[in-house]
Design a protein. Structure first.
Length: 538
């Protein structure tokens, strides 16, 4: 563990004229940040680390912590800012320490630690939220707000722990009842996760997302709001819908294998054509299972209800519905074309590493460059009469919890690759539906390529999985559109719905291609297959 020298007080570290301040910026923080799961710039070429702001945060008994806003400057001159609350302790409460502190005589004084791992800091945060506290800082205010579920709660000491989760933020659990998500990557605007959670819970009364319990915002005079944390009421659940869906799909393939079916035994439904439960072939009811069919139906309904809630406020300019426009078209083209060019470059650089179906699909992808770009440019806002609203933006089965026989939708931060401004652009709710369908597609083919233990040929499993997917999409489309229209959500007539669905499915698959090449190359076959299917209207 690295060390810093101090004279009398650990607070000396934050005096810019003190040698330890320079050492903290240039030596201690880079090393510590690269060890954190939530630090998203590990693989980037970083030019400089600096403490952009440091704000004293009062704890109990005249003790303080500091909120450090660490700016990362990349070789490209782009920047990111990360939040690191720090405090002093003589003895570690947790294994996480930033560095040792020693005096000039060489004696150990204590530790500089991430304050989130100290009970005093966590208790202070909870107390300030329950009291709706406003703290004056050197630069602006720290505003703590509480939600309706905390009405009457005024606790100063609570049981708390930092959860050890693989994620981009840090999560504190209070009294096994409230989750506080502390945002590590900070944006110069309010986080959409906070905005949408608060809106759905406090204003729209949507029952199928976590209840808003509180928030922490840094508000600077004449500047912008910065989201520091979001607290939500804990939702009892049986895990993510993703894992449950994988289990259901595995059961489908096992039934197909046990019955000795051929591919001709599985009806091939028309893709993107709605189908109600009473029109599902009886044979499929047995193979897919009543449980899965009911879950697909209910999730489609909950998705539509989320969009109806987000459509409900016609007065707030941050949430009021808008029509399609030439400005939106330009924004959409610029975003997707930039993303597409980057994906073509990534595939070209990595194609020699791909094998089998992934290599074949990748070659076709590169050969289809002009056709794909024509598809993207085939967007005419003048023919679209539906509305754009605030949407989830990163909607997939991993963002949905199974709660008994129902669902809870969470994590409204948006696509990690997008800027904070892009995440707040109003878009067609059909884009979220496309995200859900891409997630079902992933679940089917992740089972085929990665998970299932079967004697059946991969080609057979692939074709059978495709037919399963068509059924799930058809059911979802029927019950989503039925509920959306019942709730007067303006999603257009079916020809418009189908166009937007195909368009956003294409967009989502392009996005996923970059993610997989970067994070999970062995999975790149799934978005590539999705792109080819969409390209060929399969």
């Amino acid at each position: 563990m690295k060390e810093l020298l101090i004279n009398k007080s650990w607070k000396e570290i934050f005096d810019e004229d003190h040698k330890s301040y320079t050492d903290l910026e240039s030596k201690i923080l880079p090393d510590y940040l690269h060890q954190r799961r939530w630090f998203g710039a590990k693989s980037s070429n970083i030019k400089n680390y600096s403490i952009d702001h440091r704000e004293a945060y009062p704890l109990s008994n005249k003790e303080i912590a500091y909120l450090l806003f660490v700016e990362i400057v990349f070789q490209t001159s782009n920047t990111e800012t990360y939040l690191l609350p720090v405090s002093f302790t003589k003895e570690l409460e947790d294994e996480t320490a930033i560095c040792k502190l020693k005096n000039e005589a060489g004696s150990e004084v204590g530790y500089l630690v991430d304050a989130i791992y100290t009970q005093k800091f966590r208790n202070s945060i909870f107390k300030n939220i329950t009291n709706s506290k406003k703290l004056k800082l050197d630069s602006g205010q720290l505003i703590f707000s509480k939600g309706k579920v905390l009405k009457g709660v005024r606790q100063s000491r609570v049981k708390s722990e930092v959860l050890k989760l693989e994620q981009s933020n840090s999560t504190i659990l209070y009294d096994d009842n409230y989750f506080l998500k502390v945002y590590r990557k900070i944006f110069r605007d309010n986080n959409p996760d906070l905005e949408l959670t608060r809106f759905l819970s406090e204003r729209a009364g949507f029952e199928y997302s976590p209840n808003f319990a509180g928030s922490i915002e840094w508000v600077r005079s004449q500047h912008y709001k910065v989201s520091i944390g979001l607290m939500q009421q804990k939702v009892e659940n049986q895990g993510e819908a993703w894992n449950d869906t994988l289990d259901e799909i595995t059961k489908f393939f096992k039934r197909v294998e046990e019955l000795g079916l051929t591919i001709d035994d599985l009806p091939k439904l028309e893709l993107y054509k709605p189908i109600s439960m009473d029109r599902v072939p009886a044979f499929y009811e047995k193979l897919v299972g009543e449980s899965m069919l009911q879950k697909v139906k209910k999730l489609a309904v909950r998705t539509a209800e989320m969009h109806i809630a987000l459509f409900s406020d016609k007065a707030d300019r941050n949430f009021s519905p808008e029509g399609f426009s030439s400005d939106y078209k330009v924004w959409l083209f610029n975003r997707i074309m930039y993303m597409l060019d980057y994906r073509f470059s990534m595939v070209e650089q990595n194609i020699s590493k791909l094998k089998g179906a992934a290599r074949k699909y990748a070659e076709t992808f590169l050969e289809s460059k002009d056709v794909i770009k024509d598809r993207i440019l085939n967007f005419d806002e003048l023919n679209l009469n539906s509305c754009r609203i605030r949407i989830h933006g990163d909607y997939h089965l991993g963002q949905i919890l199974l709660t008994g026989d129902d669902f809870c939708i969470l994590d409204f931060e948006g696509e990690p690759e997008s800027t904070i401004r892009d995440r707040k652009v109003k878009q067609s709710p059909i884009k979220d539906l496309a995200g859900l369908f891409r997630s079902y597609h992933y679940a089917v083919f992740a089972t085929v390529f990665q998970r299932i233990d079967s004697e059946l040929p991969v080609d057979f499993l692939t074709e059978a999985g495709g037919r399963y997917y068509r059924l799930i999409v058809g059911l979802s489309l029927h019950y989503y559109t039925e509920k959306a229209m019942e709730g007067n959500l303006n999603i257009g007539y079916f020809s418009e719905i189908e166009f937007l669905l195909r368009y956003h499915l294409f967009e989502k698959a392009i996005y996923e291609l970059g993610y997989e090449l970067h994070a999970r190359p062995e999975w790149v076959v799934i978005p590539l297959k999705g792109l080819m299917q969409i390209l060929n209207n399969e």
